[in-house]
Ligand binder design. Structure first.
Ligand code: A2P
Length: 278
């Protein structure tokens, strides 16, 4: 595994196991398999409703807590200082851990708080900064934030988010946002790095898979890694989990990267966070 460093020095494995759309029923066995396959970075969220199973799987794996990088996220229903402290505590209880490696605000403009999203985020961020300061959370960040949401957060933030987790795959590189995040020293994490499976049958990805003698998933993930993103592929199948980890024994050359850079988004547009109905 390779690692990158957040701007507070915390090291993060560049491949994590994403648990969005891993049902509570599947989560326990999937996370056990992922840990067994070698994943040491697990990404969940309160909204995925699988924190308890994820926590049980980590506990039962026997792997030392400090060897697993664990992320969860504050759901949209919750905003406010006290409320956020409470939500973080509940997530840690469900996950059966004494600390989180990374805690993210899941969406910048939740429907229930839309009338005052700026204040709502500022209050939650203050709580997260304190949890970070106290050591209960090693790094704090955001997800689905666009430049305008980050600019607003930074008006009152003391800590610049360590991470922005956004939708990134070949064809959807959100270039302006990524450049902005880099400029602020944030690491970009790619969710749906396989386009929720959609780009695996893309002709160009398939062709480059043939050229490199790798699978389409490996090409898609390697592309995101070479763009400098942390990748969070999801699979409930052990063989695919392993495949998605084997990314460090090959490299896409300059010409292959350029062809992939030119790929249009063939999946779907990234949704506007100001209009999500949740
Ligand atoms: P499954 O969980 O049944 O293996 P993303 O990470 O972009 O959200 O994509 C996840 C989707 O891609 C899931 O439907 C997953 O299916 C599928 N998937 C994950 N890894 C692979 C792989 N190596 N080969 C084919 N499909 C994959």
């Amino acid at each position: 595994m390779e690692y990158t460093s957040l701007n507070n020095g915390v090291r993060i494995p560049v491949v994590g196991y994403g648990t969005w759309q891993v049902s509570p029923q599947e989560a326990y066995t999937s996370v056990r398999s992922a840990l067994d396959a070698g994943y040491r970075h697990i990404d969940t969220a309160a909204a995925y409703e699988n924190e308890a199973e994820v926590g049980q799987a980590i506990a039962d794996s026997g792997i030392r807590r400090e060897e697993v990088f664990l992320t969860t996220k504050l759901w949209n229903a919750v905003r406010g200082y006290e409320e956020t402290l409470q939500a973080a505590k509940e997530s840690m209880e469900k996950l059966r851990v004494e600390y989180l490696d990374l805690y993210l605000i899941h969406w910048p403009n939740p429907a229930p708080h839309r009338h005052r999203w700026k204040e709502a985020n500022a209050e939650s961020w203050k709580a997260m900064e304190e949890l970070h300061e106290s050591g209960a959370i090693r790094a704090i960040g955001i997800s689905n934030f666009e430049v305008r949401h980050i600019e607003t957060l930074l008006e009152s933030a003391k800590v610049v988010p360590h991470v922005n987790q956004i939708r990134l795959f070949a064809g959807e590189q959100q270039r302006q946002l990524v450049a902005y995040c880099r400029n602020k020293g944030m690491v970009t994490e790619a969710y749906s790095p396989l386009g929720v499976g959609g780009i695996l049958s893309n002709e160009l990805i398939e062709r480059i898979a043939e050229e490199t003698k790798r699978t389409p998933a490996q090409v898609a993930l390697r592309y995101n890694l070479q763009k400098g993103h942390v990748v969070l592929p999801k699979s409930v199948h052990r063989a695919r989990m392993e495949e998605n980890l084997r990314l460090f024994d090959f490299e896409l050359d300059r010409e292959q990267m350029i062809r992939l850079d030119a790929l249009p988004n063939t999946i779907s547009a990234t949704r506007n966070p100001d209009e999500v109905p949740f």
